[in-house]
Ligand binder design. Structure first.
Ligand code: FES
Length: 105
């Protein structure tokens, strides 16, 4: 599935992500800047915070309890915020648009 990562300055990278892995892993594996992922995907750091394009927001599985409580520690959280380690890639997400935050800390 192709995922489009858009930086705050508008720079865009289109990444081929492997189904079953997380959006965070796709970003880190392709050196997309802006995703720190300090905890390595354990939902324990909130430094993989991203904004999901609003057209895609409702097409993702709901935010789980752990993700919701961890998101409170992210910077600049808004209605489109998600933790990218908690979004699993699948073919239905082909074309997903992810915006990176200005910073993670
Ligand atoms: Fe730490 Fe996502 S990588 S919460």
């Amino acid at each position: 599935a192709k995922i489009r990562f858009i930086q705050p300055d508008g720079t865009e990278q289109s990444i081929e992500a492997t189904p079953g892995r997380s959006v965070m892993e796709a970003a880190v594996g392709s050196a997309v800047s802006g995703v720190d992922a300090d905890c390595g995907g354990a939902c324990a750091c909130a430094t993989c915070h991203v904004y999901v394009d609003h057209e895609w927001r409702d097409r993702l599985p709901d935010i789980g309890a752990m993700e919701a409580s961890m998101l409170e520690f992210a910077q600049g959280v808004g209605p489109d915020s998600r933790l990218s380690c908690q979004i699993k890639v699948n073919d239905a997400l082909d074309g997903l648009v992810i915006r990176l935050p200005l910073r993670q800390h």
